[in-house]
Design a protein around this ligand. Structure first.
Ligand SMILES: Cc1ncc(COP(=O)(O)O)c(C=O)c1O
Length: 372
Protein backbone atom coordinates (compact mmCIF):
# COMPACT_ATOMS: atom_id res chain seq x y z
CA UNK A 1 0.00 0.00 0.00
CA UNK A 2 1.08 3.53 -0.70
CA UNK A 3 1.59 5.51 2.51
CA UNK A 4 3.94 7.93 0.82
CA UNK A 5 2.58 11.47 0.68
CA UNK A 6 1.57 11.02 -2.95
CA UNK A 7 0.80 9.37 -5.22
CA UNK A 8 -1.76 7.81 -2.92
CA UNK A 9 -3.81 4.61 -3.15
CA UNK A 10 -6.47 4.64 -5.87
CA UNK A 11 -9.58 2.49 -5.39
CA UNK A 12 -10.25 -0.22 -8.01
CA UNK A 13 -13.55 1.47 -8.98
CA UNK A 14 -11.60 4.58 -9.87
CA UNK A 15 -8.96 2.67 -11.83
CA UNK A 16 -11.83 1.09 -13.76
CA UNK A 17 -13.06 4.57 -14.74
CA UNK A 18 -9.71 5.13 -16.42
CA UNK A 19 -10.40 2.15 -18.69
CA UNK A 20 -13.65 3.54 -20.15
CA UNK A 21 -13.91 3.98 -23.92
CA UNK A 22 -12.79 7.42 -25.00
CA UNK A 23 -15.21 10.18 -26.04
CA UNK A 24 -14.90 13.27 -28.19
CA UNK A 25 -13.59 16.12 -26.08
CA UNK A 26 -15.58 18.49 -28.29
CA UNK A 27 -18.94 16.87 -27.81
CA UNK A 28 -21.93 16.78 -25.49
CA UNK A 29 -20.53 13.85 -23.49
CA UNK A 30 -17.51 15.96 -22.57
CA UNK A 31 -19.77 18.86 -21.56
CA UNK A 32 -21.69 16.48 -19.32
CA UNK A 33 -18.48 15.12 -17.84
CA UNK A 34 -17.21 18.58 -16.91
CA UNK A 35 -20.64 19.48 -15.54
CA UNK A 36 -20.42 16.45 -13.22
CA UNK A 37 -17.12 17.73 -11.82
CA UNK A 38 -17.78 21.41 -11.10
CA UNK A 39 -20.27 21.35 -8.19
CA UNK A 40 -18.07 18.95 -6.23
CA UNK A 41 -14.97 21.09 -6.82
CA UNK A 42 -17.02 23.93 -5.33
CA UNK A 43 -17.35 21.82 -2.16
CA UNK A 44 -13.66 20.92 -2.16
CA UNK A 45 -12.62 24.58 -2.40
CA UNK A 46 -15.32 25.54 0.13
CA UNK A 47 -16.92 28.07 -2.19
CA UNK A 48 -19.62 30.27 -0.74
CA UNK A 49 -23.06 30.00 -2.39
CA UNK A 50 -22.70 33.52 -3.77
CA UNK A 51 -19.11 32.89 -4.90
CA UNK A 52 -17.94 34.49 -8.13
CA UNK A 53 -14.83 32.28 -8.25
CA UNK A 54 -14.36 29.86 -11.14
CA UNK A 55 -13.14 26.28 -10.86
CA UNK A 56 -11.24 24.51 -13.63
CA UNK A 57 -9.39 21.30 -14.48
CA UNK A 58 -6.23 21.17 -16.57
CA UNK A 59 -4.13 18.33 -17.92
CA UNK A 60 -0.80 18.85 -16.18
CA UNK A 61 0.60 18.11 -12.76
CA UNK A 62 0.27 20.57 -9.88
CA UNK A 63 3.46 22.38 -10.83
CA UNK A 64 1.84 23.32 -14.15
CA UNK A 65 -0.91 25.19 -12.32
CA UNK A 66 1.62 26.80 -10.00
CA UNK A 67 3.26 28.22 -13.10
CA UNK A 68 -0.13 29.17 -14.55
CA UNK A 69 -1.01 31.03 -11.34
CA UNK A 70 2.16 33.12 -11.67
CA UNK A 71 1.54 33.88 -15.37
CA UNK A 72 -1.55 35.80 -14.31
CA UNK A 73 0.06 38.18 -11.82
CA UNK A 74 2.39 41.17 -12.06
CA UNK A 75 6.17 41.00 -11.80
CA UNK A 76 6.68 41.60 -8.05
CA UNK A 77 6.07 38.44 -6.09
CA UNK A 78 6.59 37.53 -2.43
CA UNK A 79 7.10 33.86 -1.52
CA UNK A 80 6.68 32.26 1.91
CA UNK A 81 9.21 29.44 1.97
CA UNK A 82 9.29 26.72 4.64
CA UNK A 83 10.33 23.64 2.67
CA UNK A 84 11.05 22.21 -0.76
CA UNK A 85 7.60 22.71 -2.27
CA UNK A 86 7.01 26.25 -1.04
CA UNK A 87 10.48 27.02 -2.42
CA UNK A 88 9.25 25.88 -5.83
CA UNK A 89 7.00 28.95 -6.11
CA UNK A 90 10.10 31.13 -5.84
CA UNK A 91 12.01 28.99 -8.34
CA UNK A 92 9.17 29.12 -10.87
CA UNK A 93 8.76 32.87 -10.40
CA UNK A 94 12.48 33.39 -11.07
CA UNK A 95 12.26 31.16 -14.15
CA UNK A 96 9.42 33.36 -15.43
CA UNK A 97 11.58 36.46 -14.97
CA UNK A 98 9.67 37.87 -11.96
CA UNK A 99 11.28 40.08 -9.37
CA UNK A 100 10.78 37.40 -6.71
CA UNK A 101 11.42 37.93 -3.00
CA UNK A 102 11.40 35.07 -0.50
CA UNK A 103 10.76 35.00 3.23
CA UNK A 104 12.19 31.82 4.74
CA UNK A 105 11.29 29.91 7.89
CA UNK A 106 13.30 26.98 9.33
CA UNK A 107 12.16 23.48 8.30
CA UNK A 108 9.23 22.42 10.47
CA UNK A 109 8.04 25.99 11.02
CA UNK A 110 6.01 28.59 9.11
CA UNK A 111 6.66 32.18 8.12
CA UNK A 112 4.95 34.24 10.85
CA UNK A 113 2.09 36.53 9.75
CA UNK A 114 3.91 39.49 11.39
CA UNK A 115 6.95 38.81 9.19
CA UNK A 116 4.68 38.86 6.13
CA UNK A 117 3.01 42.09 7.28
CA UNK A 118 6.41 43.72 7.77
CA UNK A 119 7.64 42.60 4.34
CA UNK A 120 4.48 43.91 2.70
CA UNK A 121 4.93 47.29 4.40
CA UNK A 122 8.68 47.65 4.02
CA UNK A 123 9.76 45.67 0.97
CA UNK A 124 6.79 46.12 -1.35
CA UNK A 125 4.87 46.93 -3.36
CA UNK A 126 4.04 43.34 -4.37
CA UNK A 127 1.58 42.00 -6.90
CA UNK A 128 1.14 38.59 -5.25
CA UNK A 129 2.02 36.49 -2.21
CA UNK A 130 2.45 32.73 -2.50
CA UNK A 131 1.81 30.13 0.18
CA UNK A 132 2.10 26.35 0.21
CA UNK A 133 -0.59 25.55 2.73
CA UNK A 134 0.53 21.99 3.40
CA UNK A 135 4.32 21.66 3.08
CA UNK A 136 4.56 17.99 2.13
CA UNK A 137 8.31 17.93 2.78
CA UNK A 138 7.94 18.79 6.48
CA UNK A 139 4.34 17.90 7.38
CA UNK A 140 3.59 21.51 8.26
CA UNK A 141 0.20 23.14 7.72
CA UNK A 142 0.31 26.94 7.71
CA UNK A 143 -2.85 28.38 9.26
CA UNK A 144 -4.43 30.29 6.35
CA UNK A 145 -6.71 32.46 8.48
CA UNK A 146 -3.92 34.44 10.15
CA UNK A 147 -2.29 35.22 6.81
CA UNK A 148 -5.65 36.08 5.30
CA UNK A 149 -6.09 38.70 8.04
CA UNK A 150 -2.75 40.28 7.10
CA UNK A 151 -3.56 40.29 3.39
CA UNK A 152 -6.95 41.88 3.98
CA UNK A 153 -5.07 45.17 4.58
CA UNK A 154 -3.39 44.98 1.16
CA UNK A 155 -6.19 44.26 -1.34
CA UNK A 156 -3.86 45.05 -4.25
CA UNK A 157 -1.79 41.93 -3.41
CA UNK A 158 -3.18 38.68 -4.84
CA UNK A 159 -3.10 35.58 -2.60
CA UNK A 160 -1.93 32.42 -4.42
CA UNK A 161 -2.08 29.08 -2.61
CA UNK A 162 -0.68 25.62 -3.31
CA UNK A 163 -3.23 23.12 -1.96
CA UNK A 164 -1.42 20.05 -3.31
CA UNK A 165 -1.58 17.32 -0.59
CA UNK A 166 -4.34 19.34 1.14
CA UNK A 167 -7.39 19.72 -1.14
CA UNK A 168 -9.75 16.86 -0.49
CA UNK A 169 -7.95 16.15 2.78
CA UNK A 170 -8.86 19.19 4.84
CA UNK A 171 -11.35 22.06 4.64
CA UNK A 172 -10.59 25.02 2.39
CA UNK A 173 -12.44 28.36 2.65
CA UNK A 174 -11.52 29.93 -0.66
CA UNK A 175 -13.84 32.94 -0.38
CA UNK A 176 -13.69 33.50 3.38
CA UNK A 177 -9.89 33.54 3.31
CA UNK A 178 -9.68 35.77 0.26
CA UNK A 179 -7.74 33.31 -1.86
CA UNK A 180 -7.23 34.41 -5.46
CA UNK A 181 -5.78 31.35 -7.13
CA UNK A 182 -5.47 27.91 -5.54
CA UNK A 183 -4.67 24.56 -7.09
CA UNK A 184 -4.02 20.89 -6.30
CA UNK A 185 -2.73 17.82 -8.09
CA UNK A 186 -4.92 14.76 -8.57
CA UNK A 187 -2.53 12.23 -6.97
CA UNK A 188 -2.63 13.38 -3.36
CA UNK A 189 -5.60 13.75 -1.01
CA UNK A 190 -8.07 13.31 -3.89
CA UNK A 191 -6.79 9.73 -4.32
CA UNK A 192 -6.50 9.72 -8.09
CA UNK A 193 -3.68 8.79 -10.43
CA UNK A 194 -1.30 11.65 -11.30
CA UNK A 195 -1.73 13.66 -14.49
CA UNK A 196 -4.38 16.33 -14.02
CA UNK A 197 -4.75 19.26 -11.66
CA UNK A 198 -7.66 21.35 -10.44
CA UNK A 199 -7.83 25.04 -9.58
CA UNK A 200 -10.05 27.84 -8.44
CA UNK A 201 -9.60 31.50 -9.40
CA UNK A 202 -11.26 34.57 -7.87
CA UNK A 203 -13.05 37.17 -9.99
CA UNK A 204 -10.41 39.76 -9.14
CA UNK A 205 -7.58 37.41 -10.11
CA UNK A 206 -9.28 36.71 -13.44
CA UNK A 207 -9.94 40.37 -14.11
CA UNK A 208 -6.34 41.33 -13.43
CA UNK A 209 -4.93 38.42 -15.40
CA UNK A 210 -7.27 39.13 -18.33
CA UNK A 211 -5.96 42.68 -18.51
CA UNK A 212 -2.30 41.73 -18.28
CA UNK A 213 0.20 40.44 -20.80
CA UNK A 214 0.55 36.68 -20.23
CA UNK A 215 3.55 34.98 -21.76
CA UNK A 216 2.11 31.48 -22.03
CA UNK A 217 -0.36 29.51 -24.11
CA UNK A 218 -0.73 26.07 -22.51
CA UNK A 219 -0.35 27.47 -18.99
CA UNK A 220 -2.27 30.69 -19.52
CA UNK A 221 -4.67 30.85 -16.54
CA UNK A 222 -7.33 32.65 -18.58
CA UNK A 223 -7.29 30.06 -21.37
CA UNK A 224 -7.46 27.32 -18.72
CA UNK A 225 -10.36 28.80 -16.73
CA UNK A 226 -12.35 30.14 -19.71
CA UNK A 227 -11.75 26.90 -21.61
CA UNK A 228 -13.17 24.88 -18.74
CA UNK A 229 -16.14 27.20 -18.17
CA UNK A 230 -17.03 27.37 -21.87
CA UNK A 231 -16.56 23.61 -22.23
CA UNK A 232 -13.82 24.18 -24.79
CA UNK A 233 -10.57 22.97 -23.25
CA UNK A 234 -7.62 24.56 -24.97
CA UNK A 235 -6.06 21.18 -25.82
CA UNK A 236 -7.13 17.52 -25.70
CA UNK A 237 -7.61 16.71 -22.01
CA UNK A 238 -6.56 13.45 -20.36
CA UNK A 239 -10.02 11.90 -20.60
CA UNK A 240 -9.33 8.79 -18.47
CA UNK A 241 -8.44 11.01 -15.54
CA UNK A 242 -11.48 13.21 -16.09
CA UNK A 243 -13.67 10.10 -15.82
CA UNK A 244 -11.82 9.16 -12.65
CA UNK A 245 -12.08 12.66 -11.19
CA UNK A 246 -15.82 12.89 -11.83
CA UNK A 247 -16.49 9.50 -10.19
CA UNK A 248 -14.19 10.15 -7.23
CA UNK A 249 -15.71 13.56 -6.50
CA UNK A 250 -19.22 12.13 -6.76
CA UNK A 251 -18.26 9.29 -4.45
CA UNK A 252 -16.73 11.65 -1.89
CA UNK A 253 -19.86 13.83 -1.97
CA UNK A 254 -22.06 10.74 -1.56
CA UNK A 255 -20.04 9.57 1.45
CA UNK A 256 -19.04 6.43 -0.47
CA UNK A 257 -15.33 6.78 0.36
CA UNK A 258 -15.96 6.97 4.12
CA UNK A 259 -15.36 4.01 6.43
CA UNK A 260 -18.50 1.76 6.42
CA UNK A 261 -19.66 2.96 9.87
CA UNK A 262 -19.81 6.56 8.60
CA UNK A 263 -21.64 6.14 5.31
CA UNK A 264 -25.01 7.80 4.76
CA UNK A 265 -23.68 11.34 4.76
CA UNK A 266 -23.74 13.51 1.69
CA UNK A 267 -22.66 16.90 0.34
CA UNK A 268 -20.60 19.14 2.62
CA UNK A 269 -21.37 16.79 5.51
CA UNK A 270 -19.61 13.94 3.71
CA UNK A 271 -16.60 16.13 2.87
CA UNK A 272 -16.37 17.22 6.51
CA UNK A 273 -16.47 13.58 7.62
CA UNK A 274 -13.58 12.86 5.22
CA UNK A 275 -11.59 15.74 6.72
CA UNK A 276 -12.38 14.55 10.27
CA UNK A 277 -11.11 11.08 9.35
CA UNK A 278 -7.76 12.59 8.37
CA UNK A 279 -7.52 14.47 11.67
CA UNK A 280 -8.20 11.23 13.55
CA UNK A 281 -5.55 9.41 11.51
CA UNK A 282 -3.06 12.13 12.29
CA UNK A 283 -3.86 11.78 16.03
CA UNK A 284 -3.52 7.99 15.69
CA UNK A 285 -0.06 8.42 14.11
CA UNK A 286 1.06 10.85 16.80
CA UNK A 287 -0.22 8.62 19.63
CA UNK A 288 1.67 5.66 18.13
CA UNK A 289 4.80 7.82 17.72
CA UNK A 290 4.71 9.03 21.32
CA UNK A 291 4.39 5.42 22.46
CA UNK A 292 7.69 4.75 20.66
CA UNK A 293 9.58 7.80 21.86
CA UNK A 294 9.16 9.55 18.51
CA UNK A 295 8.14 13.17 17.90
CA UNK A 296 6.75 15.09 14.98
CA UNK A 297 9.07 17.56 13.26
CA UNK A 298 6.61 20.49 13.65
CA UNK A 299 4.98 21.69 16.83
CA UNK A 300 1.55 20.04 17.29
CA UNK A 301 -0.41 23.17 16.31
CA UNK A 302 1.32 23.22 12.90
CA UNK A 303 1.01 19.48 12.22
CA UNK A 304 -0.55 18.61 8.89
CA UNK A 305 -3.71 16.49 8.93
CA UNK A 306 -2.64 14.62 5.78
CA UNK A 307 1.07 13.91 6.18
CA UNK A 308 3.04 13.30 9.36
CA UNK A 309 6.76 14.03 9.30
CA UNK A 310 8.37 12.18 12.23
CA UNK A 311 11.84 12.61 13.67
CA UNK A 312 13.64 9.30 13.45
CA UNK A 313 14.36 8.80 17.16
CA UNK A 314 16.03 5.39 17.60
CA UNK A 315 15.16 4.25 14.06
CA UNK A 316 17.30 3.85 10.99
CA UNK A 317 15.03 5.38 8.35
CA UNK A 318 16.64 3.58 5.42
CA UNK A 319 16.25 0.20 7.16
CA UNK A 320 12.64 1.01 8.08
CA UNK A 321 11.51 2.09 4.60
CA UNK A 322 13.24 -0.91 2.98
CA UNK A 323 11.82 -3.46 5.45
CA UNK A 324 8.31 -2.05 5.06
CA UNK A 325 8.62 -2.03 1.27
CA UNK A 326 9.40 -5.76 1.38
CA UNK A 327 5.99 -6.19 3.01
CA UNK A 328 4.36 -4.07 0.32
CA UNK A 329 3.93 -0.99 2.53
CA UNK A 330 5.57 2.18 1.25
CA UNK A 331 6.37 5.15 3.47
CA UNK A 332 8.76 8.00 2.61
CA UNK A 333 12.18 8.96 3.81
CA UNK A 334 12.65 12.63 4.78
CA UNK A 335 12.88 15.09 1.89
CA UNK A 336 16.07 16.92 0.94
CA UNK A 337 18.07 17.95 4.02
CA UNK A 338 15.68 15.92 6.20
CA UNK A 339 16.58 12.62 4.49
CA UNK A 340 17.71 10.07 7.06
CA UNK A 341 16.59 12.34 9.91
CA UNK A 342 12.83 12.08 9.44
CA UNK A 343 10.31 9.82 7.75
CA UNK A 344 6.87 10.63 6.42
CA UNK A 345 3.56 8.81 6.54
CA UNK A 346 0.89 10.10 4.19
CA UNK A 347 -2.44 9.39 5.92
CA UNK A 348 -4.58 11.01 3.29
CA UNK A 349 -7.09 10.11 0.64
CA UNK A 350 -9.13 6.93 0.92
CA UNK A 351 -7.04 5.34 3.66
CA UNK A 352 -8.82 4.82 6.95
CA UNK A 353 -7.94 4.20 10.59
CA UNK A 354 -8.13 0.42 10.25
CA UNK A 355 -5.59 0.34 7.41
CA UNK A 356 -3.35 2.80 9.27
CA UNK A 357 -3.48 0.55 12.34
CA UNK A 358 -2.21 -2.32 10.14
CA UNK A 359 0.69 -0.20 8.89
CA UNK A 360 1.67 0.86 12.41
CA UNK A 361 1.41 -2.76 13.61
CA UNK A 362 3.76 -3.75 10.78
CA UNK A 363 6.30 -1.19 12.03
CA UNK A 364 5.88 -2.59 15.55
CA UNK A 365 6.70 -6.07 14.30
CA UNK A 366 9.78 -4.81 12.46
CA UNK A 367 10.89 -2.52 15.29
CA UNK A 368 13.89 -4.46 16.72
CA UNK A 369 15.28 -4.99 13.21
CA UNK A 370 15.07 -1.37 12.04
CA UNK A 371 16.84 0.39 14.90
CA UNK A 372 19.93 2.48 14.17
C1 LIG B 1 2.97 20.77 -1.64
C2 LIG B 1 3.34 20.34 -3.02
N1 LIG B 1 3.35 21.26 -3.99
C3 LIG B 1 3.66 20.93 -5.25
C4 LIG B 1 3.99 19.65 -5.59
C5 LIG B 1 4.29 19.31 -7.01
O1 LIG B 1 3.15 18.70 -7.53
P1 LIG B 1 3.23 17.88 -8.90
O2 LIG B 1 4.24 16.80 -8.69
O3 LIG B 1 1.82 17.37 -9.08
O4 LIG B 1 3.64 18.84 -9.94
C6 LIG B 1 4.02 18.66 -4.61
C7 LIG B 1 4.39 17.28 -4.94
O5 LIG B 1 4.64 16.45 -4.10
C8 LIG B 1 3.67 19.02 -3.30
O6 LIG B 1 3.64 18.10 -2.33
Amino acid sequence: MLWIPGPTEVRPEILAECARPQISHRGKEMDALSARIDPHLGLAFGLAESSTAQVAVHTCSGTGLMEAALHGVGPRTLHLVNGAFSKRWHEVALALGKSATKLEAPLGETVAPETVARALAERGPFDAVTLTVNETATGVRTPIASLARVLRDTPEVLFLADLVSYLGGAPVDFDVHGLDFAFASSQKALSLPPGIAVCCASARYLERARNSKRASFYLDPIRIVDGHRERATLATPCLPLYFALARQLEDISAGATLPPSERGRSGADAWNARFAKHVRMQAQTVAWAHGHGLRLLPEPELASPTVSCLRRGALDVEKLTKALAKRGELISNGYGDLKGHTFRIGHMGDHDEASLARLLAAIDELWPTVLA
